[in-house]
Design a protein around this ligand. Structure first.
Ligand code: UDP
Length: 238
């Protein structure tokens, strides 16, 4: 596979074309941002840890029957993925109240949400990723009714698989963000599942092992991401 030109560079990842029109390369960078890009930093090895965690979790989901865009790893922080058409909806799954849910509604941080809550945000920096419902998603032609049903069903199944796997590693999963895409007429899981896109809490101490360490200056971000990588990626070179 030959890596070609840069197609898109976001806040934490850069996407490159390849000599195969069906494949892209997703590079996980060491940069990170929070609060809509207002807070920025660079943390050595962050991209590597996130790429390894995402590869492990996407692989786990594939093994459990979820179609994803994951193909293979090209290097420590570069992932080969299927060139899907991204659906502009951020799917948030919540198992324990935290973050914006607690700010906007009368939930208490740490309160269990059973059954889990699924929320949709419109993926648009220009509009500040506002929360949407099915009617807005349909009116904006973001996805069809059947696709929304399929996305919800997949998100719940992904949640069950991740909850079980992470629990065995001593990690709670309060919430996380998913993105889906279309590939040869089917809905597939795209983007990443990593410490940048999930809340991970240590099951015993409750300490954050995710981007909240950066958002709220809770300590050493690289150490938190390394801890997740150590627990969930067998044999990883830390
Ligand atoms: N999230 C994300 N990207 C976004 C918005 C949210 O990865 O653009 C993740 C975030 O890391 C958290 C979950 O989705 O794990 C829920 O985030 P929330 O709505 O609580 O927003 P935040 O607390 O980040 O303001």
């Amino acid at each position: 596979m030959i890596k070609e030109g840069e197609l898109y560079s976001g806040k934490a990842k850069t996407v490159y074309g390849t000599d195969n029109p069906e494949k892209l390369i997703m590079e996980f960078r060491d940069s990170l941002t929070a609060f809509n890009g207002k807070k920025k930093s660079e943390v050595p090895k962050k991209g590597y840890y996130n790429a390894q965690i995402a590869a492990k979790l996407l692989g786990l989901l594939e093994e459990n029957g979820i179609k994803t865009h994951f193909d293979s790893m090209l290097s420590g922080n570069e992932m080969v993925v299927d060139a899907v058409e991204i659906i502009k909806i951020e799917v948030i799954v919540r198992n324990i109240a935290a973050g914006s849910l607690v700010k906007k509604y009368p939930f208490k941080t740490g309160e269990k949400l059973d059954p889990p809550i699924i929320l949709f945000d419109y993926k648009s920096d220009e509009h500040g990723d506002p929360m949407i419902n099915d009617d807005i998603a349909l009116a904006l032609h973001l996805a069809s009714k059947d696709e929304l049903t399929e996305i919800r069903k997949m998100a719940l199944k992904i949640n069950s698989i991740l909850l079980k796997y992470l629990d065995e590693k001593g990690i709670l999963l309060p919430d996380f963000k998913l993105e889906f895409g279309r590939y040869h007429g089917k809905i597939v899981l795209a983007d990443e599942i990593s410490c940048d896109t999930c809340r991970f809490w240590d099951k015993i101490t409750g300490e954050s092992l995710d981007k909240d360490v950066f958002r709220f200056d809770k300590g050493d971000l690289a150490a938190a991401y390394r801890e997740v990588a150590k627990r969930i990626v067998p044999g990883i070179n830390l």
